[in-house]
Design a protein around this ligand. Structure first.
Ligand code: XLS
Ligand code: NI
Ligand code: NI
Length: 461
């Protein structure tokens, strides 16, 4: 905590002490009830869903099944609003800012009340978000065990499940030069030990996936870096994790989350195609899929939906961190996704691949540091969920009517017969193709019709 402690602008909890939240029947979000579906609500009614109706069936599945929303613990329950230029702004009345187990328990219990009131069935966390790191590995593991016991209890009581767990291999100073790609084998061993425990915990809590995000796996300078050795070590790290996963019988899907930079200048898991190439190079493509975060995709210089499209095209899309950035900024702002057009482009892909299960749409998002009310935690998630519900309906209409897909198919029709069919099956030669051109001359011009396709998309939004 900083020396400057802001006071909350929220009145619902005024007068409560931290100890009040230790009681079994403590209510963390006073005055906020379970968020209802209210399609006729007006523009300023904010604690209602106007589009997300979990049981509504869209193309054979309920909205809840298609969307599989998940709340992330780190931003929503550990975020303080601090930035490199400013102190924390977010006051959570149960959080005394300490690194104690009591505080960790309160945060977790607040979390489950939040998931339930929101009506979200999944959550995600890093090991170090939920339990304090101790002074050595054994102490950290003991802290984690105690908190996992409480998480198990809360999951059973509420029916909220774990979409994925992950290990924080980037915050502690020991990882400053990387975790699995650290030039020091001792650090590699530490990261491995931490992942071993992370997998035990994931198994215990029934995690449906397990994520690896390599924020420090990369380099700031090639001058001091042996890139080939580091990538070989990273592959070894994954092989060891796969072996342990099988040994303990953890069936969750392993996911790598690509990101090109931030905090490291260049990260090895640059984007979807880089990770797919890495997995294939090291023979790991059957064991690991991708968790795509569109904000990372735009940081890599691609459009919002690019990596979702690419990963899905190769059957490698496992899950999505559905936050967004400001395209006019060069960093990961982790904003809530509120853009119906972008969300529709994403849902189009999910519909085509039949959903994301056992993955989901994880809100790796944080409220702006100026959004200081407890209510803002709800409003942000509700807005994003409504955005995706609208997008699902738009994408379903696009699918039902098949207008766009038929016209895309039409662009490739020359591959269905004649010389095109031979190219398609790989059953031709350069000589044969030369002969074809000598016979048929110059291809006639065919419009790409980009604006026509853009107009068609807008029709459905
Ligand atoms: C950071 C990443 C991170 C992962 C989990 O940019 O998005 O939050 O999702 O470690
Ligand atoms: Ni993420
Ligand atoms: Ni991110």
């Amino acid at each position: 905590m900083s020396s400057f402690a802001p006071t909350s602008s929220d009145s619902a909890n005024s007068g409560a002490s931290y100890a009040d939240f230790d009681k079994d029947d403590a209510v963390f979000f006073k005055g906020i009830e379970k968020i209802p579906y209210k399609p006729d609500a007006g523009p300023s009614e904010s604690l209602v869903y106007k589009h997300y109706n979990p049981s509504q069936v869209v193309r054979g599945k309920t909205m809840e099944e298609w969307l599989r929303f998940s709340v992330c613990f780190w931003h929503t329950f550990r975020g303080t609003g601090a930035d490199p230029f400013g102190f924390p702004t977010l006051v959570r009345p149960w959080d005394d800012g300490s690194n104690t187990m009591e505080n960790a328990r309160r945060r977790l219990r607040a979390g489950f009340e939040f998931f339930q009131k929101l009506g979200v069935k999944y959550w995600t966390f890093h090991d170090r978000d939920v339990a304090p790191e101790g002074s050595n590995l054994s102490e950290s593991n003991q802290n984690l065990d105690k908190i996992v016991e409480l998480a198990q209890e809360l999951q059973a009581k509420t029916g909220v499940k774990l979409l994925w767990a992950t290990c924080n291999l980037f915050a502690h100073p020991r990882y400053m030069n990387g975790a699995s790609t650290n030039p020091d084998a001792h650090v590699f061993a530490y990261a491995a030990a931490q992942v071993k425990k992370g997998l035990d915990v994931a198994l215990k809590l029934g995690a449906e996936n397990f994520v690896f995000w390599g924020g420090r796996e990369g380099f700031h300078s090639l001058l001091n870096t042996n890139v080939r050795a580091e990538l070989d070590h990273m592959a070894t790290f994954f092989r060891l994790a796969i072996a342990y996963k099988k040994k303990i019988g953890f069936n969750g899907v392993f996911l790598i989350e690509p990101k090109p930079k931030e905090p490291t200048k260049h990260q090895y898991d640059y984007d979807a195609m880089t990770v797919i190439a890495f997995l294939r190079t090291y023979g790991l493509e059957k064991e690991i899929k991708l968790n795509i975060e569109p904000n990372h995709t735009t940081l890599a210089g691609h459009s919002y939906e690019h990596d979702v499209v690419m990963a899905s095209a190769y059957n490698m899309l496992g899950s999505v961190d559905s936050n967004t950035g400001s395209p006019d900024l060069g960093w990961d702002t982790d904003q809530f996704p509120m853009d119906v057009k972008n969300a529709t482009l994403l849902m189009k892909v999910l519909l085509r691949q039949g959903g994301l299960q056992p993955g989901g749409l994880n809100f790796d998002c944080k409220v702006r540091r100026e959004s200081t009310d407890l209510k803002d935690m709800f409003i942000s998630h509700i807005g994003a969920m409504d955005t995706f519900a609208r997008a699902l309906k738009c994408a379903a209409k696009i699918f039902d009517e098949e207008v766009i897909s038929k016209q895309v198919e039409e662009r490739y029709k020359t591959f269905q017969s004649g010389i095109g069919a031979k190219i398609e099956s790989g059953d031709t030669t350069l000589e044969e193709l030369e002969e074809y051109v000598l016979q048929n001359g110059e291809p006639s011009q065919i419009s790409g019709q980009q604006e026509h396709f853009e107009n068609m998309l807008n029709y459905y939004l």
